[in-house]
Design a protein around this ligand. Sequence first.
Ligand code: NAD
Ligand code: TYD
Length: 356
Amino acid sequence: MTILITGGAGFIGSNFALDWVRTSVEQIVNVDKLTYAGNLSNLDSLRDNHNHVFVRADINDYSVVLNLLQTYKVRAILNFAAESHVDRSIHGPRDFIETNIVGTFNLLEAARAYWGELAEPERQKFRFLHVSTDEVYGTLTAAQPAFTEMNQYQPNSPYAASKAASDHLVRAYCHTYGLPVITTNCSNNYGPYQFPEKLIPLTIHRALSGKELPVYGDGQQVRDWLYVKDHCSALRRVLEVGAVGEVYNIGGNNEKTNLDVVKVICALLDELKPRADRQLYELRVAFVADRPGHDRRYAIDATKLATQISWQPDETFESGIRKTVEWYMGNQAWTEAIVNGEYRTWLEKQYGNTLS
Ligand code: NAD
Ligand code: TYD
């Protein structure tokens, strides 16, 4: 049998594909449109591996997706494909609607057609695992408890709203058609191969390049960070033993303010690659205009995952962020290959000419 993932040239999907091939003998078909966020070089080490099949395609292409499901006799789909950057969704939400909502709908339709034709026991064993975010739950005050699976959906950004809509479609396909779906809602990920528009790789790259480190507003917004390999291990576990129709929150109990995250990265760089002028990296922090509608705090209660399917993360924030900083230091060519034309245009759009 074979699993099919979408968005597997992006940050989390490529980590998932690399880990899958390392830990399983089962074939993986990887469907990715290769948007600005997709990067085939993440998958370089799988180039000659027959267990990994890469297909450049849009999840909105129904006939391509259905054909792949049939050809490879797929037993599970994991849907990573998305437009994933909140700031880009504020500047231009259309692609988020097209991929995150319509694309998920299209994938569900292809899955429904394929699954409807399966004979038992394949039909019963089939899974559609939808990879989603904690941002669908909206924002928390400092005093509120962390998000559980019972929290109301209150998405605040176009990105979060598009993911919330996709989660609702996935749920409806289970309730109405019986499609065996599972949804996961994960907190902020960090680790190797993350596109350097997101806080952690952006900070590492800019610090190493001697540039200012933009922090939105007062920097006191809180995110709950999970090392990407731990997200991938949770997904493998959910795929293996998760119950159909269930939702699982995934998180690592690592709430940090953005300013603290930036300071931790700076302190690691002070240790690993001191500035030539012997100044602290942290002196390059620049407070910039806040994100419109910026969610103040996300926090995940992952009790259900721990108690019902016995999953725990391997990394603490301290161990994971050290690995991450070391990875970006050792793979500067990976980042350098990205920070060209389109990336520069994005920086100007998002930060104007205020940063040095
Ligand atoms: P990413 O932006 O790094 O990668 C997305 C990938 O999807 C890219 O390779 C892109 O080319 C591909 N893609 C986009 N549109 C497509 C389309 N129409 N058809 C086929 N492929 C398409 O995103 P990521 O950070 O790896 O996130 C993966 C998933 O995990 C997303 O669904 C996201 O909502 C979810 N998630 C992310 C985080 C996080 O912190 N990054 C946290 C929780 C959940
Ligand atoms: P980001 O990595 O974009 O993830 P998300 O918006 O999905 O949480 O941002 C993480 C946090 O860091 C978020 O609160 C916004 C903040 N941030 C900055 O302060 N400066 C930046 O330059 C960026 C990109 C993000």
